[in-house]
Each structure stands twice: as structure tokens, then as C-alpha cells.
Design a protein around this ligand. Structure first.
Ligand SMILES: Cc1ncc(COP(=O)(O)O)c(C=O)c1O
Length: 349
């Protein structure tokens, strides 16, 4: 038996460790009945833990893939800097991947309303932020938008704009790695795949691979409901700005609000799956979808050859970067009370 001891050695050890090609499959873990109201109906829900990638977030895969593909095609040879419009997971993942391929500096356009915590995270990872006053109602190709400015900067031969909203190597990463892993881990018995929508790379790439194996597999995309806050996920209006033809890769759309997303993320975390708000959003959308199917009496149509309804949703990252946001969206009754709170010396105002 060939045992993968998960050891990376030598001068290229970190680069090899960051390459998803060299990693063991990311865990696929079933939710207990406490988090699955449809367990009695034969529904099994499994979380694909993308948060367990080396960089702790789903964007590590497309970031590595986008940089690696550019390097392999010789397009990094003249490049001294990267530029991307991103205030979170994508740009710090890109910065780390880029360093492994010899590009030391990564810049990022960030919106003026970026939280201080997120800015600190970018600085921690050595990303150079450029604060941009984003248009209130951005339209495609708005010259004031960070996406446009990054694209423009990237026209210089010494600057590369990976362009996560239009670069096929973003969904390509999930077609190459996430889709095959899920198909093999579920032994082809998957009944439904459900993913949150940001750049839509996860959904497009994974769906492309899975539907190639089973063209009838239903795919559900979950967006953030209008005026709701779930960092990393997009509303319908914001999705209209994504260049990919994401609608062609899904069969149903659900929406989830902030409260559902943060509450379900906290519930999963408390049981040992350390996943963040967009994981709660994807689960919330999946549960809503199953509820509708049950109301319509159409749940049974999803049963696989074992008579079960096997659903998988990816968990993009962990809860820790968002800790201060949970009390804003989750009911106070969900939190333990602090005894002797009046003694605290450093309570935030
Ligand atoms: C935390 C988080 N969740 C979900 C997503 C959405 O993933 P995708 O861009 O593949 O649609 C992203 C990234 O955009 C993210 O950072």
C-alpha cells in the first residue's frame, strides 16, 4: 500500500505544499441530524472543507492555479508586480502564490468601506492596498471601479492582473481538483451540489466536472439576499458584473440572509467544523431548496441508487476573520452571558 505521509521537503517544499495537485483530498464530512432537518427524509448533507486548504480558504486553489498557468505559459517572465481588485481571501492567496513564482509584490484595489480588520489582514500578508472610491451603482466597465482599474494596470508588461472575475483558470482550478475529489468521495452517488456565489468560480468549475460525469445532476447556486451582508458572496445585482456565464452552470438559485449565514456558520463551528459565514450561506440556501422540494412533494426525485439524497456543499473559509461580526447578526440568546461583565477593562464601546 502506498502511504501518503504528507511530508514536503527541500527548497521547493512550500511551493509544492501550496500546489493543490500534491495535497490529500480535502475532507468531506457529513452533518449530524441536529444540523439536518431532513435527516428523517433520507437526506444526507456533506460539507466539503475547502477551509482546510493550506491558506485556510477556497481562493487558495484558483490563486495558485491562475499564477501557475501564467508562469507555465511564460507570461510571468516580464512581470514585477500583481494587481487585483480584492479585499480578502483572493488577494492574499495570490500574493503568497506569486512569491513562490518569483513575483514579490502584490497590490490590491480595496473599497473605501473596507473594515479595519480586513485591511490589517492584507498588511499582515504583505499585500499593498490601494483604497478606491467605488461607484455606488457599479456597471460593467465603469472606469471608476477597482475591477476596471486593475484590468487597465494589467495592460502594462510589468504588471499582471490575474482577473478572477474573467480568468478561466479560476473555475478551471475547481474543474481540475474540487469536482473530481467530490465525485470520487461520493462514489458517483451525489444527488445534488450546492455552492455559494462570489466570483462563481467554485460553482462553475465544480459543476462543469460533475455534470460531465452526470448531466442530470442538479446544481444549486446560493446568492446573498439584497441588502444583506455576507463577505465573499454576491447579490444578484453584483453577480450581474461577473463576466462568467454562471447561469449556464446551475439549475436553481436560492438566496440566504446574514442572520441565517452567520447562525449556521456558528452552529457548524460549535460542533467542530470551523467554517465561516459563506459556508452558513451555502447550507442555508441548500436547506431552503430542500424545504421547497419537500413542500412540492418532489424530494424523492433526488434519491440515488441507494435510496438516499446525498447533498454536498463547499465551505469556503473559517470563522475567525469575522468573529466581531457574529454578535451583529446572530440573536443575543445564542451567546453565553459573561459573568461579572462590569469588571472588564477592555470591553469595546
Ligand atoms: C469567504 C468566501 N466565500 C465564498 C467565496 C465565493 O467563491 P467563488 O469566488 O468561487 O464564487 C469567496 C470568494 O470569492 C470567499 O472569499
Amino acid at each position: 500500500m502506498k502511504v501518503n505521509k504528507n511530508v514536503f521537503k527541500g527548497q521547493e517544499a512550500i511551493k509544492n505544499f501550496l500546489n493543490p495537485e500534491n495535497l490529500p483530498y480535502l475532507p468531506l464530512v457529513e452533518l449530524p441530524a441536529a444540523l439536518n432537518p431532513f435527516a428523517g427524509d433520507g437526506v444526507r448533507i456533506q460539507a466539503k472543507l475547502m477551509n482546510l486548504l493550506p491558506l485556510g480558504n477556497v481562493k487558495a486553489m484558483p490563486a495558485y492555479n491562475m499564477v501557475m498557468e501564467k508562469a507555465q505559459s511564460g507570461m510571468l517572465d516580464s512581470v514585477k508586480e500583481l494587481i487585483e481588485n480584492s479585499s480578502g481571501n483572493t488577494v492574499f492567496s495570490l500574493a503568497i502564490a506569486a512569491r513562490q513564482f518569483g513575483v514579490e509584490k502584490t497590490n490590491s484595489y480595496v473599497p473605501a468601506e473596507i473594515s479595519w480588520n480586513k485591511l490589517l489582514m492584507l498588511l499582515f500578508f504583505g499585500v499593498h492596498p490601494i483604497v478606491n472610491q467605488e461607484p455606488v451603482n457599479p456597471s460593467e466597465n465603469d472606469t471608476a471601479s477597482g475591477v476596471y482599474k486593475a484590468r487597465k494596470d494589467g495592460e502594462r508588461p510589468d504588471i499582471l492582473n490575474p482577473g478572477q472575475y474573467e480568468n478561466p483558470d479560476n473555475p478551471g482550478a475547481h474543474e481540475k481538483w474540487t469536482g473530481p475529489q467530490i465525485w470520487e468521495q461520493t462514489e458517483g452517488r451525489l444527488s445534488l451540489f450546492c455552492a455559494g456565489l462570489g466570483t462563481t468560480g467554485t460553482l462553475i468549475g465544480t459543476s462543469t466536472y460533475l455534470k460531465r460525469q452526470n448531466p442530470d445532476l442538479p446544481v444549486v447556486g446560493v446568492m446573498r439576499a439584497p441588502d444583506q451582508y455576507v463577505p465573499g458572496a454576491r447579490t444578484q445585482k453584483l453577480l450581474n458584473l461577473v463576466d462568467f456565464d454562471w447561469q449556464a452552470h446551475l439549475d436553481h438559485i436560492e438566496q440566504a440572509d446574514s442572520e441565517t449565514s452567520y447562525r449556521l456558520s456558528m452552529a457548524m463551528s460549535r460542533l467542530g467544523l470551523l467554517v465561516g459565514p459563506t459556508s452558513g450561506m451555502a447550507l442555508g440556501g441548500l436547506l431552503r431548496h430542500l424545504e421547497k422540494k419537500k413542500e412540492q412533494g418532489r424530494l424523492s426525485a433526488l434519491r440515488n441508487e441507494d435510496g438516499e439524497i446525498l447533498c454536498v456543499f463547499p465551505c469556503p473559509d473559517g470563522p475567525l476573520p469575522y468573529l466581531d461580526e457574529y454578535p451583529k447578526y446572530v440573536d443575543a440568546s445564542e451567546f453565553p452571558t459573561i459573568q461579572n461583565e462590569e469588571f472588564l477593562l477592555n470591553k469595546p464601546k
